[in-house]
Structures are given as structure tokens and as C-alpha cells.
Design a protein around this ligand. Structure first.
Ligand SMILES: [Cu+2]
Length: 283
């Protein structure tokens, strides 16, 4: 009992420290001394956390089992304890078992893994669409459903940071999205490979020139979240972060009205007239 307490005390202390650190921060980003993954704020991220925890249990059991087995063999069959070894080479039962058991373990891993892949792939009932395009070295965003506007988001330099804004993560313009809304995310690039990665949302998807990748997001908690480009794209790779502000649906509607006036229109920028849901193009 006492031995357990001694073993558990530092872990409990660490747990308290980690909880208080994450409670302090209202930002979805990595923290000093963070244990585990960032707090999940989407259904996909939550399932990724659960899957990660399942793998953690499996890998721990395997590592402990193999370590104990090796220690046992090293002691029991050492030259001192076992001076004249037997010359047996095959054991059918053992060979069948050490083939079959890993297969069972892999199947146990594969089933939730594939389920999660399909779940994260796309949503059938998207309420709106946002397109993110990677450039060397900034992101641009398009809102085809909320006034067909587009804007660029570039990293803030150290001297431009406002108090509380994290270095290398904050951008001049934020991607504003409404809370509790199914959003289709289209990700592309116009020069080289980039990747739009947002740990708290469980998203990391490549932007590929000439190809449109799709995923989806439904954020359940308002706040500011930070991510980074996660595909090596050149010298500015570390300097094209992603900043997402998740706000209430009402605040989003107000922002979109303002953004329509403030930002460039997609028509003007691309010369393309977007078709609405009925295939009608706007004039
Ligand atoms: Cu990049």
C-alpha cells in the first residue's frame, strides 16, 4: 500500500501540474510539460485520442511481455545455469502461436483504424465549405458559401505580436468558423506540397497542387486554435502557421457580413463564377 503510494505520488503531482497548465491556457496549442495529445475539440480528434490510448495499452503489454521473456531466458538459459543446452529446434504449437497471436493483434488494431479513417474522410451533411490553399509561405482561405470572399493569412513577425499571442503560431488574419457546425474543408496548394494540420481538430491533410483533398470538422468548443504546415515545403515551412477562431454561430454570421465587404471577392480574384447548389452561376 505504502509502496504504491510512493510510486503514484509523482504521477499524481505531474497530473495536477498538467491539468493546471492546460486550464491556464485558453489556446488550443502545445504547452510546456504537456502529456499526451492536445485536448480534443472535435469528434474526430476524440476518436483519434481513444485510438491512441488503445495502441498505448497494446504496445505497453507487448513491451512488458517481451522484456520479461528476455530476462527469463537470459537467467534460465545462461551458460552458468544451463551448461549443456538441449538441441531441440522446432516446436509446432509455439510456432503456430507466435504467428497467430500477432495476426489477431493486428486485426484488433486494423478494425478501429479503418473505421476512423472513413469517419475522418468526409461528412455527408456539410453546412458550409471552406477551402484552404497553401502557398510558399502562407495560407489563403476561400468561403464560397458565405459571400464568396477570400483572404490570405500570414505569420505575425515577433514585433507584430500582441500580448498573449504565441510566437510562430499567430497569423495576421484568422480563419473564423462557427461552433457546432459541420464544415467541409477542401485543401489544396498552388506551388508545392503543403499540409494543413490542426492537432486539436485531429486534422493533418496534404495540400497538393492540382488536386483537391477533402476532410471535415465540427468544433465543439469556442476558442483560438493553432496549427502549422506539416509538409516540408521550403525555407519558410516553419513560418506559415494556421490560426483558427471558433466563435458562436451569431458572431460568425456578423463576421461573414463584414468579411464580405473587407476581403477580396472570389469572382474578382479567380475570374471564376461559382455555381450555387442548383448549378446556377452568380451574375
Ligand atoms: Cu508548407
Amino acid at each position: 500500500m505504502t509502496a504504491w503510494r510512493i510510486l503514484l505520488a509523482p504521477m499524481a503531482l505531474l497530473g495536477t501540474l498538467v491539468t493546471s497548465l492546460s486550464a491556464q491556457a485558453d489556446h488550443g496549442m502545445a504547452h510546456p510539460w504537456q502529456m499526451g495529445l492536445q485536448e480534443a475539440v472535435t469528434p474526430v480528434a476524440r476518436q483519434i485520442n481513444d485510438f491512441h490510448n488503445l495502441l498505448l495499452v497494446i504496445i505497453t503489454v507487448i513491451a512488458v511481455f517481451v522484456t520479461l521473456l528476455m530476462l527469463y531466458v537470459m537467467v534460465k538459459f545462461s551458460a552458468k545455469n544451463n551448461p549443456t543446452p538441449r538441441t531441440t529446434t522446432h516446436n509446432t504449437l509455439l510456432e503456430v502461436l507466435w504467428t497467430a497471436i500477432p495476426i489477431v493483434i493486428l486485426v484488433v488494431i486494423a478494425i478501429p483504424s479503418f473505421k476512423l479513417l472513413y469517419y475522418a474522410d468526409s461528412t455527408k451533411d456539410a453546412e458550409m465549405t471552406i477551402k484552404a490553399v497553401g502557398h510558399q509561405w502562407y495560407w489563403s482561405y476561400e468561403y464560397p458559401d458565405n459571400g464568396e470572399f477570400t483572404f490570405d493569412a500570414a505569420m505575425l513577425e515577433d514585433e507584430e505580436l500582441e500580448p498573449g499571442q504565441p510566437r510562430l503560431l499567430a497569423t495576421d488574419e484568422a480563419v473564423v468558423i462557427p461552433v457546432n457546425t459541420n464544415i467541409r474543408l477542401l485543401i489544396a496548394a498552388d506551388d508545392v506540397l503543403h499540409a494543413w494540420a490542426m492537432p486539436a481538430f485531429g486534422i493533418k491533410l496534404d495540400g497538393v497542387p492540382g488536386r483537391l483533398n477533402e476532410t471535415w470538422v465540427r468544433v465543439e468548443k469556442e476558442g483560438t486554435y493553432y496549427g502549422q504546415c506539416s509538409e516540408l515545403c521550403g525555407t519558410g515551412h516553419g513560418f506559415m502557421p494556421i490560426m483558427v477562431k471558433v466563435v458562436s454561430k451569431e458572431a460568425f454570421a456578423t463576421w461573414a457580413e463584414k468579411a464580405k465587404e473587407e476581403y477580396a471577392s472570389l469572382h474578382e480574384k479567380t475570374g471564376v463564377k461559382l455555381a450555387d447548389a442548383n448549378g446556377k452561376t452568380a451574375e
